[in-house]
Design a protein around this ligand. Structure first.
Ligand SMILES: Nc1ncnc2c1ncn2[C@@H]1O[C@H](COP(=O)(O)OP(=O)(O)O)[C@@H](O)[C@H]1O
Ligand SMILES: [Mg+2]
Length: 245
């Protein structure tokens, strides 16, 4: 029982384990294949970058992980539980409670303050927030570095600040999986770097798994590993300084 492979098998399953995931879309009489046998795992407190050209299927992959779309074949396990079998309320509960999304465009509501935007996901299954919720939301705004902006509306925030509000909002329900689709796409390199550094700290502090789609190889290199998506296949890629497997 001392051989490392046996020990590995005996441990808990990785936070996220994807195996043999296929996805295609109808395209006239044919089907357009987007993913072929996508297979990877991301552990607790780990980060994975997915890089690839526009149209290569990066958003499709994140949507599958967030159960916003269904694969043709394959398995997605979160803490060992097969999530592709979930539907209806169970799928909605998974999305709401286990995943946090951050997009290129922050999708903040312009008529709500930063604090109100952070609180929004709590209103998906109840009608009111409590003083305790507001304290938590303030704590998150503090953690993402903009405690003084709680009463600001999105149009009074910089691009980086808006993205920090979106990050705090993604964290309010304590997700396991942080799914980020080009989260630095609208930021300059310095602001983008700060946001990625924040993601990496948060992933460790909160014991999440991060999957971040980007076409910025320099930023991808800051994550634990990078996979390139091309012609439907995921392959290890070398990003700048960091070698990846
Ligand atoms: N719902 C859909 N129906 C048909 N084709 C789609 C759908 N969603 C995405 N596609 C196609 O799948 C391919 C991959 O899209 P996407 O995942 O958005 O790529 P990326 O995020 O890498 O730019 C594109 O060719 C896109 O047009
Ligand atoms: Mg995309």
């Amino acid at each position: 029982m001392s051989d490392p492979e046996t020990r590995k098998e005996a441990g808990p399953p990785p936070l996220l384990a994807v195996a043999g995931l296929d996805k295609s879309y109808p395209n006239g009489a044919e089907r357009l294949t987007i993913l072929r046998e996508a297979t990877f795992a991301v552990g607790t407190s780990e980060s994975l970058a997915v890089v690839g050209p526009s149209g290569s299927g990066k958003s499709t992959l994140l949507n599958l992980l967030g159960l916003l779309d269904v694969p043709d074949r394959g398995s997605i396990r979160v803490e060992g539980r097969e999530i592709t079998l979930l539907s209806g309320d169970a799928a909605a509960a998974y999305r709401r409670d286990k995943t946090g999304f951050v997009f290129q465009d922050h999708h903040l509501l312009p008529q709500c303050t930063a604090l109100e935007n952070v609180l929004l996901p709590l209103l998906s299954d109840r009608s009111k927030t409590t003083a305790q919720d507001r304290d938590r939301a303030r704590g998150l705004l503090d953690r993402v570095g903009i405690p003084e902006k709680e009463n600001s509306f999105p149009d009074r925030l910089s691009g980086g600040e808006r993205q920090r509000v979106a990050i705090a909002r993604a964290l309010i329900r304590d997700p396991l999986l942080l799914l980020c689709d080009e989260p630095t796409g609208n930021l300059d390199q310095t602001a983008g770097r700060r946001v990625v550094d924040l993601f990496l700290e948060l992933v460790r502090e909160r014991r999440m798994a991060l999957v971040m789609v980007t076409h910025n190889l320099e930023l991808a290199a800051l994550l634990d590993r990078s996979l390139g998506l091309d012609d439907g296949r995921l392959r290890p890629v070398q990003t700048g300084g960091a070698t990846t497997e």
